[in-house]
Design a protein around this ligand. Structure first.
Ligand code: F6R
Length: 240
C-alpha cells in the first residue's frame, strides 16, 4: 500500500488525473471504475481540462460506477448516474453506451447484481478503480459489518453514511438503501487509487493503513491488494 501525502485537494487531483489519463492514453479502451461523492470531484475537473486541451479522449473507455441509490432513476439530480453525467461524462466525449451503472430502480435486484458482476468480467476487469472513503471506513457502500462481501449487492445504509450524505438531498428524503459493488469486485480491480481529504477521514485512514484487516473497517482490506495508492492531505493523514 502506497500512501502519498500532498498539500491540497488540488495537488491530489493533478496527480490522480495524471494516473487516469496516462492509463487511457496507454490503453484507449481502458475499463475504469469511478466513484461519486466530493472526494473525486476535483480530479474529474482536471480530467475535463485535459480533455478540453486535446490531451486525452475518453471515447473508447468502458466505465463501471461503484454504487447507486435505490429508488432514484437516472434523471434524478441526486442519482449517482446524474452526478457522473454532470461532473465528468457529459463534459467529455465518453460514449454513454459504454457507461455501466447498477440500476437503483431495478425490480430484479438479484439479477441486476449478477449481471453487473458478469459485465465487469466480460469487459476484462477494471484497470483502475477510483475510491473515496466513508468516515466509517466504507468503500463503495460496503458498510462496516461482520464479513467481507464479494459481488454486487443491496445494502442498508448506516446512520453515519446517511448523516454524511443527507445534506445533498434538499427535501431531506435520502434513500435508506443502495446497490453497490462488493469488496470482491473492488479487490479484483488491477489497480486502486483512493482519495481522502479532511480531518473527518483521519480515523478511517488510520484504520485503512495501520489497523487490522477487518470488515468493521472495510477499506482495511486494501492492505491485501498488490497495487493500491492512497492520496491524502495533512488532515486526513494526521493519525498516521
Ligand atoms: C461513492 C462511494 C462512497 C464515497 C464515500 C466518501 O460512489 O462509493 O464510498 O466515496 O462515501 O464520500 P465523500 O467523497 O463525499 O466524502
Amino acid at each position: 500500500m502506497n500512501v502519498v501525502k500532498l498539500q491540497s485537494t488540488y495537488d491530489i487531483s493533478v496527480e490522480v488525473a495524471k494516473i487516469i489519463t496516462e492509463q487511457i492514453n496507454n490503453k484507449p479502451d481502458s475499463v475504469l471504475g469511478f466513484a461519486t461523492g466530493s472526494s473525486p470531484v476535483e480530479t474529474y475537473k482536471r480530467i475535463i481540462e485535459k480533455y478540453e486541451k486535446g490531451e486525452v479522449s475518453l471515447k473508447n473507455i468502458t466505465t463501471f460506477n461503484l454504487d447507486e441509490y435505490c429508488g432514484l432513476p437516472r434523471d434524478n439530480v441526486n442519482s449517482y448516474f446524474y452526478f457522473m453525467k454532470d461532473n465528468l461524462f457529459g463534459k467529455t466525449d465518453v460514449d454513454f453506451s459504454k457507461v455501466n451503472f447498477l440500476s437503483g430502480t431495478s425490480g430484479e435486484i438479484e439479477e441486476e447484481c449478477k449481471a453487473y458482476r458478469k459485465a465487469i468480467e466480460e469487459a476484462g476487469g477494471i484497470d483502475i478503480q477510483i475510491l473515496g472513503i466513508g468516515t466509517n471506513g466504507h468503500i463503495g457502500f460496503n458498510e462496516p459489518s461482520d464479513s467481507f462481501t464479494d459481488g454486487p449487492f443491496k445494502v442498508k445504509l448506516t446512520q453515519s453514511t446517511i448523516d454524511s450524505n443527507k445534506k445533498y438531498f434538499e427535501d431531506g428524503n435520502m434513500p435508506t438503501h443502495a446497490l453497490t459493488m462488493g469488496i470482491g469486485d473492488i479487490m479484483r480491480a488491477k489497480k486502486i487509487v483512493l482519495i481522502a481529504t479532511g480531518e473527518a477521514k483521519a480515523k478511517a485512514i488510520f484504520g485503512t493503513v495501520k489497523g487490522e484487516v477487518t470488515p468493521m473497517c472495510p477499506a482495511s482490506v486494501l492492505q491485501n491488494h498488490p497495487d493500491v495508492t492512497i492520496f491524502i492531505d495533512e488532515e486526513a493523514g494526521k493519525l498516521l
